[in-house]
Design a binder for this molecule. Structure first.
Ligand code: SAM
Length: 215
């Protein structure tokens, strides 16, 4: 699916989110603090978040889509390591990352508990995570507007670039993602501490932060 969206993916994201996706990614990177060391970008796609990781850090992007990774390489140059692999079976050693981030990937993961377990495994003790994704706002009126927007505008804009089906899939994936507090509970169950789901922009996006205990 993501292989088919590469060319227009970043532009469409910015259009659909009125440019707010840039700010949401900035908040995500800020949440891991000035963290030099090895940082994992889970589901890095075309590298929009990888490219924002703190200077001096060793960025590693992982994604299932070969075409997304090729686009990330084209955009980011030789700096970051880019690896093809799945969130459910990360091709990295235990405790090998100092921090991990993720942007707009959670809603694609059918087994969040398994993915959070993997994330916990590859992080070192004391390592921080910051994961951001679109979520349904808790407020009912706001949620109705959100559903109407994503149910009609996103597929319509997708059809302008000939990929209405792909954008319909993205809309369906939004219906699958659990509310922020539920994802926070899953992270806690996976072993993370100080887990906090922070609603951003009225809750249309949730930023989940936490730390792996130890060190
Ligand atoms: C909506 S894009 C987000 C890309 C990027 N993180 C950003 O901020 O724009 C979601 C990405 O997650 C990737 N993805 C989906 N399922 C995955 C999985 N099981 N493991 C790793 N990556 C996955 C897709 O290939 C796609 O590149």
């Amino acid at each position: 699916m993501f292989d088919d969206l590469v060319e227009r993916y970043d532009l469409l994201n910015s259009v659909l989110s009125f440019g707010m996706d840039h700010w949401w990614r900035r908040r995500t990177v800020a949440a891991i603090g000035p963290a030099p060391g090895r940082i994992l970008d889970l589901g890095c796609g075309s590298g929009a978040l990888t490219g924002r990781l703190p200077a001096g850090s060793r960025a590693v992007g992982v994604d299932t889509s070969g075409r997304m990774l090729a686009e990330a390489r084209r955009r980011l140059g030789p700096g970051p390591a880019l690896v093809q692999g799945s969130a459910f079976r990360l091709p990295f050693a235990d405790g090998s990352f100092d921090a991990a981030v993720s942007g707009f990937v959670l809603r694609n993961l059918h087994d969040l508990a398994a993915a959070f377990g993997e994330l916990h495994r590859v992080l070192r003790g004391g390592g921080r995570i910051a994961l951001v994704d679109i979520t349904e706002p808790a407020n009912r009126a706001f949620r109705r507007m959100f559903d109407a927007y994503f149910g009609t505008v996103a597929p319509a804009v997708g059809s302008l670039v000939g990929r209405r089906d792909a954008y319909r899939y993205l809309v369906h994936s939004l219906a699958q993602i659990p509310p922020g507090p539920e994802m926070a509970a899953l992270l806690t169950r996976a072993g993370f501490a100080h887990v906090r789901p922070r609603p951003l922009t009225g809750g249309i996006v949730t930023l989940l932060t936490g730390t792996k205990p130890g060190d």
